[in-house]
Design a protein around this ligand. Structure first.
Ligand code: G3D
Ligand code: MG
Length: 180
């Protein structure tokens, strides 16, 4: 005899659900990446006011993704989203050399936060289609990623407009879910 279970029958929520926050400066491409995940097509985006949350399912692994606004006025609110976060997706605009130092400051501020001490970090070096952009290796060096010993991290170059590189990033996250 087979039993059919509906999700609504299965409270408490699925064990394989993982909370993800998508952070990065405004204009980095966070919302475009999230919508690529959702629809596999490019949507027109507007600056995020507040936050959006969407669920992505990859091979039975559920990721609840919170797209958090990156404007300066909103960055001080990032920490209200931190509790129970398993993954941080940090989106970097690879053409924006001037503001990479701000991204670096925000990254290390997050890594030092108590609520994120168990979080793994996926860095997307986005906008790789732009002429003269920084490579993932350059960004990695500037952000001194190799010095991060207390959080698993991975950097992936991508282009959110075409979706290139996004699946590889998700695969890394999926592979990490079995580790914890
Ligand atoms: P945010 O949510 O991080 O603030 P958005 O960023 O997703 O709103 O994207 C900001 C702008 O960057 C958008 O342009 C978007 O189309 C563009 N963008 C995102 N990813 C890429 C990419 O990989 N390559 C290029 N060339 N552009 C990208 P608009 O013009 O709509 O403001
Ligand atoms: Mg946005």
């Amino acid at each position: 005899m087979s039993v059919v279970l509906h999700q609504s029958d299965c409270l408490p929520p699925l064990l394989s659900e993982h909370k993800v926050i998508i952070v990065g400066l405004d204009n980095a491409g966070k919302t475009t990446i999230l919508y690529q995940f959702l629809m596999n097509e490019v949507v027109h985006t507007s600056p995020t006011i507040g936050s959006n949350v969407e669920e992505i399912v990859v091979k039975n692994t559920h990721f609840l993704m919170w797209d958090i606004g990156g404007q300066e006025s909103l960055r001080s609110l990032w920490n209200t989203y931190y509790s129970n976060t398993e993954f941080i997706i940090l989106v970097v605009d690879s053409i924006d050399r001037e503001r990479l130092s701000i991204t670096k400051e925000e990254l290390y501020r997050m890594l030092a936060h108590e609520d994120l001490r168990k979080a793994a970090v996926l860095i997307f070096a986005n906008k790789q289609d732009m002429k003269g952009c920084m490579t993932a290796a350059e960004i990695s060096k500037y952000l001194t990623l190799s010095s991060i010993k207390d959080h698993p991290w991975h950097i992936q170059s991508c282009c959110a407009l075409t979706g290139e590189g996004l699946c590889q990033g998700l695969e890394w996250m999926t592979s990490r879910t079995g580790v914890r």
